[in-house]
Design a protein around this ligand. Sequence first.
Ligand SMILES: N[C@@H](CCC(=O)N[C@@H](CS)C(=O)NCC(=O)O)C(=O)O
Length: 199
Amino acid sequence: MKLFLNKASPYARLVMVVIHEKQLIDRVELNWTDPWASTPALLAVNPVAKVPALMTDGGESIVDSACICAYLDDVGSGRRLHAAAGDVGSLSKYGLGRGLIDAAFGVTIERRFAAAQSEPVLAKRWLDAVQRTIAELEKTPALRRATDQPDIGDLALAVALGYVGFRLQEVDWQRKAPATATWFSRIDARPSMRLTRPE
Ligand SMILES: N[C@@H](CCC(=O)N[C@@H](CS)C(=O)NCC(=O)O)C(=O)O
Protein backbone atom coordinates (compact mmCIF):
# COMPACT_ATOMS: atom_id res chain seq x y z
CA MET A 1 0.00 0.00 0.00
CA LYS A 2 1.07 3.60 -0.55
CA LEU A 3 -0.03 6.36 1.78
CA PHE A 4 0.21 10.03 0.83
CA LEU A 5 0.53 12.13 3.97
CA ASN A 6 2.24 15.07 5.58
CA LYS A 7 3.64 15.51 9.05
CA ALA A 8 1.26 18.13 10.41
CA SER A 9 -2.05 16.72 9.14
CA PRO A 10 -4.30 15.43 11.94
CA TYR A 11 -6.26 13.42 9.37
CA ALA A 12 -3.09 11.69 8.21
CA ARG A 13 -2.02 11.20 11.81
CA LEU A 14 -5.22 9.34 12.65
CA VAL A 15 -4.54 7.03 9.70
CA MET A 16 -0.95 6.51 10.94
CA VAL A 17 -2.17 5.75 14.45
CA VAL A 18 -4.49 3.10 13.00
CA ILE A 19 -1.63 1.71 10.89
CA HIS A 20 0.41 1.25 14.06
CA GLU A 21 -2.51 -0.11 16.11
CA LYS A 22 -3.25 -2.67 13.35
CA GLN A 23 0.43 -3.65 12.89
CA LEU A 24 0.49 -2.58 9.26
CA ILE A 25 3.53 -0.31 9.29
CA ASP A 26 5.69 -2.79 7.34
CA ARG A 27 3.08 -3.02 4.59
CA VAL A 28 2.77 0.70 3.89
CA GLU A 29 5.06 2.89 1.80
CA LEU A 30 4.89 6.45 3.10
CA ASN A 31 4.83 9.24 0.49
CA TRP A 32 5.44 12.54 2.28
CA THR A 33 3.51 15.08 0.25
CA ASP A 34 2.56 18.75 0.41
CA PRO A 35 -1.13 18.67 -0.58
CA TRP A 36 -1.10 22.39 -1.39
CA ALA A 37 1.44 21.72 -4.16
CA SER A 38 -1.13 19.46 -5.91
CA THR A 39 1.60 17.22 -7.25
CA PRO A 40 0.69 14.92 -10.18
CA ALA A 41 1.44 11.91 -7.96
CA LEU A 42 -1.10 13.03 -5.35
CA LEU A 43 -3.67 14.06 -7.94
CA ALA A 44 -3.40 10.63 -9.54
CA VAL A 45 -4.60 9.10 -6.27
CA ASN A 46 -6.82 11.91 -5.04
CA PRO A 47 -8.29 14.49 -7.44
CA VAL A 48 -9.45 16.47 -4.43
CA ALA A 49 -5.73 17.10 -3.72
CA LYS A 50 -5.90 16.29 -0.04
CA VAL A 51 -3.93 14.04 2.26
CA PRO A 52 -4.30 11.39 3.49
CA ALA A 53 -4.85 9.30 0.39
CA LEU A 54 -4.19 5.58 0.07
CA MET A 55 -3.35 3.42 -2.91
CA THR A 56 -4.12 -0.22 -2.13
CA ASP A 57 -1.92 -3.12 -3.27
CA GLY A 58 -4.59 -3.76 -5.87
CA GLY A 59 -4.14 -0.24 -7.27
CA GLU A 60 -7.39 1.21 -5.96
CA SER A 61 -7.36 4.59 -4.28
CA ILE A 62 -9.18 5.34 -1.05
CA VAL A 63 -9.40 8.95 0.10
CA ASP A 64 -10.69 10.58 3.25
CA SER A 65 -9.26 9.48 6.57
CA ALA A 66 -12.51 7.85 7.73
CA CYS A 67 -12.67 5.60 4.68
CA ILE A 68 -8.97 4.79 4.89
CA CYS A 69 -9.28 3.90 8.59
CA ALA A 70 -12.23 1.60 7.87
CA TYR A 71 -10.24 -0.19 5.17
CA LEU A 72 -7.14 -0.56 7.38
CA ASP A 73 -9.27 -1.95 10.21
CA ASP A 74 -10.42 -4.69 7.80
CA VAL A 75 -7.02 -5.62 6.40
CA GLY A 76 -4.88 -5.24 9.54
CA SER A 77 -4.51 -7.60 12.45
CA GLY A 78 -5.54 -7.46 16.08
CA ARG A 79 -8.45 -5.90 17.83
CA ARG A 80 -11.19 -4.27 15.76
CA LEU A 81 -11.23 -0.49 16.20
CA HIS A 82 -14.52 0.45 14.56
CA ALA A 83 -17.81 0.30 16.38
CA ALA A 84 -19.78 -2.93 16.38
CA ALA A 85 -23.35 -2.55 15.17
CA GLY A 86 -25.35 -0.65 17.76
CA ASP A 87 -22.34 0.80 19.58
CA VAL A 88 -23.65 4.34 19.69
CA GLY A 89 -21.08 5.46 22.26
CA SER A 90 -18.15 4.70 19.99
CA LEU A 91 -19.77 6.49 17.04
CA SER A 92 -20.50 9.51 19.25
CA LYS A 93 -16.83 9.80 20.17
CA TYR A 94 -15.65 9.19 16.63
CA GLY A 95 -17.92 11.86 15.21
CA LEU A 96 -16.95 14.35 17.88
CA GLY A 97 -13.25 13.62 17.41
CA ARG A 98 -13.55 14.13 13.66
CA GLY A 99 -15.56 17.30 14.16
CA LEU A 100 -12.92 18.66 16.51
CA ILE A 101 -10.19 17.91 13.97
CA ASP A 102 -12.23 19.67 11.27
CA ALA A 103 -12.79 22.73 13.44
CA ALA A 104 -9.18 23.05 14.65
CA PHE A 105 -7.80 22.47 11.16
CA GLY A 106 -10.31 24.98 9.78
CA VAL A 107 -9.08 27.66 12.16
CA THR A 108 -5.47 26.94 11.20
CA ILE A 109 -6.13 27.10 7.45
CA GLU A 110 -8.35 30.16 7.64
CA ARG A 111 -5.63 31.97 9.58
CA ARG A 112 -2.97 30.94 7.12
CA PHE A 113 -4.84 32.06 4.04
CA ALA A 114 -7.00 34.97 5.13
CA ALA A 115 -5.77 38.30 3.81
CA ALA A 116 -7.55 40.35 6.46
CA GLN A 117 -5.64 41.69 9.49
CA SER A 118 -8.48 41.14 11.93
CA GLU A 119 -9.50 37.71 13.23
CA PRO A 120 -11.18 36.07 10.25
CA VAL A 121 -14.86 35.23 10.60
CA LEU A 122 -14.45 31.53 9.88
CA ALA A 123 -11.52 31.16 12.25
CA LYS A 124 -13.60 32.78 15.00
CA ARG A 125 -16.52 30.45 14.27
CA TRP A 126 -14.36 27.32 14.23
CA LEU A 127 -12.37 28.40 17.27
CA ASP A 128 -15.66 28.73 19.12
CA ALA A 129 -16.49 25.20 17.95
CA VAL A 130 -13.16 23.92 19.28
CA GLN A 131 -13.81 25.48 22.67
CA ARG A 132 -17.41 24.26 22.84
CA THR A 133 -16.35 20.74 21.92
CA ILE A 134 -13.62 20.61 24.56
CA ALA A 135 -16.07 21.94 27.18
CA GLU A 136 -18.49 19.19 26.15
CA LEU A 137 -15.79 16.55 26.55
CA GLU A 138 -14.95 17.88 29.99
CA LYS A 139 -18.53 17.75 31.24
CA THR A 140 -19.33 14.34 29.72
CA PRO A 141 -17.39 11.58 31.50
CA ALA A 142 -18.83 8.92 29.17
CA LEU A 143 -16.85 10.42 26.30
CA ARG A 144 -13.55 9.89 28.08
CA ARG A 145 -14.01 6.64 29.97
CA ALA A 146 -10.60 5.32 31.02
CA THR A 147 -9.57 2.57 28.69
CA ASP A 148 -6.41 0.67 27.81
CA GLN A 149 -8.12 -0.60 24.68
CA PRO A 150 -9.02 2.60 22.84
CA ASP A 151 -11.35 2.35 19.88
CA ILE A 152 -11.38 4.56 16.81
CA GLY A 153 -13.45 7.18 18.60
CA ASP A 154 -10.98 7.45 21.49
CA LEU A 155 -8.07 7.64 19.07
CA ALA A 156 -9.76 10.29 16.93
CA LEU A 157 -10.49 12.42 19.98
CA ALA A 158 -6.92 12.06 21.23
CA VAL A 159 -5.51 13.02 17.83
CA ALA A 160 -7.89 15.99 17.71
CA LEU A 161 -6.84 17.18 21.16
CA GLY A 162 -3.17 16.72 20.24
CA TYR A 163 -3.75 18.90 17.20
CA VAL A 164 -5.46 21.62 19.24
CA GLY A 165 -2.43 21.64 21.55
CA PHE A 166 -0.07 21.74 18.57
CA ARG A 167 -1.73 24.43 16.47
CA LEU A 168 -4.03 26.36 18.81
CA GLN A 169 -1.93 26.76 21.92
CA GLU A 170 -3.86 29.85 22.98
CA VAL A 171 -6.87 27.64 23.66
CA ASP A 172 -4.86 26.28 26.62
CA TRP A 173 -7.24 23.33 26.69
CA GLN A 174 -5.39 21.20 29.24
CA ARG A 175 -5.77 23.88 31.90
CA LYS A 176 -9.46 24.43 31.09
CA ALA A 177 -10.31 20.73 30.85
CA PRO A 178 -8.22 18.91 33.49
CA ALA A 179 -10.25 15.68 33.53
CA THR A 180 -9.99 15.47 29.76
CA ALA A 181 -6.26 16.19 30.03
CA THR A 182 -5.82 13.25 32.42
CA TRP A 183 -7.74 10.95 30.05
CA PHE A 184 -5.73 12.28 27.11
CA SER A 185 -2.35 11.74 28.78
CA ARG A 186 -3.08 8.00 29.16
CA ILE A 187 -3.90 7.57 25.48
CA ASP A 188 -1.14 9.96 24.44
CA ALA A 189 1.41 7.64 26.07
CA ARG A 190 0.57 4.79 23.66
CA PRO A 191 3.32 3.92 21.14
CA SER A 192 0.99 4.76 18.25
CA MET A 193 0.59 8.29 19.60
CA ARG A 194 4.24 8.76 20.56
CA LEU A 195 5.39 7.61 17.12
CA THR A 196 3.14 10.04 15.26
CA ARG A 197 3.58 13.36 17.04
CA PRO A 198 2.84 16.32 14.75
CA GLU A 199 5.78 18.49 13.78
N1 LIG B 1 -12.07 14.96 5.06
C1 LIG B 1 -10.68 14.77 4.74
C2 LIG B 1 -9.92 16.07 5.01
C3 LIG B 1 -8.45 15.98 4.62
C4 LIG B 1 -7.77 17.35 4.61
O1 LIG B 1 -8.43 18.40 4.62
N2 LIG B 1 -6.44 17.31 4.56
C5 LIG B 1 -5.67 18.55 4.48
C6 LIG B 1 -4.34 18.39 5.18
S1 LIG B 1 -4.57 18.34 6.94
C7 LIG B 1 -5.39 18.86 3.03
O2 LIG B 1 -4.88 18.01 2.34
N3 LIG B 1 -5.74 20.08 2.59
C8 LIG B 1 -5.53 20.51 1.25
C9 LIG B 1 -6.75 21.22 0.71
O3 LIG B 1 -7.72 21.44 1.46
O4 LIG B 1 -6.76 21.55 -0.47
C10 LIG B 1 -10.13 13.58 5.51
O5 LIG B 1 -10.75 13.21 6.52
O6 LIG B 1 -9.14 12.97 5.10
